[in-house]
Ligand binder design. Sequence first.
Ligand code: ZN
Length: 268
Amino acid sequence: MISIACLLGKKDFRSVARFAFISDIHGNLPALEAVMDYIDNLRVDGTLCLGDVVGYGPNPAECLERVQEIASFCVLGNHDKAVFDDLEAARFNRNAKLAIEYTRDQLNDEHIDYLKSLSEFENLEDVSVSHASPITDAGSDYIHDQTIAARAYAGFTNACLFVGHTHVPIAFGTPDIGYAKVEPSEVRVALLPPSLPLRLAPSYRYILNPGSVGQPRDGNPDAAFGLLDTDEHSFTIHRCPYDIEAAYFAIINAGLPDFLAHRLRIGA
Ligand code: ZN
């Protein structure tokens, strides 16, 4: 059903291909490094990033450089875009705006050129990737319920769309009935617990969110990422403990708003 290996330049394509999906790192270097170590041990075939590498956190430059090293592909998140787009930044709340001003001070021209090179939505052969909903007139681009998800299905034609943005690991599925309009009542939704593979049925189309590496908001403070297994046709959330106190004090010491540090301790 899904074979993104060829696209990602894997010459030695095996029957088992596994891809890690990371998202919403938000300048949290301890979380990113812990996730990178975890992914290393899983021996994945590729890592894809769903955006918001920067914003909120104290180490945007280091996180951008790590992502450039490890990710086969990365899409542009709204916080990434706000670094070079004042209109995007103007939509932010006070804490997010303060963090973007801090982030701009931390990044050099190369970092910003890299961010400018990223696209907000991409079809990668058999799957699509986007930070937020590809349908922007839905009232909200946060895909957190069946109504928003139903509209988002009109924005892609592949079997799977991988998104971030809500910082909550969640899956939406709907029967594949061609590209007719999807009604909210036809969309099934499941919050994704750790380590429990979601089996992907070939007759369904999915919107899959791996949660957030650097600022989880589902009540679990551990870093989250997703693993797609194209042989088992499964998507599994992994949770990765990291040094939250190091991230906490890095935020305080950078002079960023206290709230951004506190929320890491509670995963909110
Ligand atoms: Zn985010």
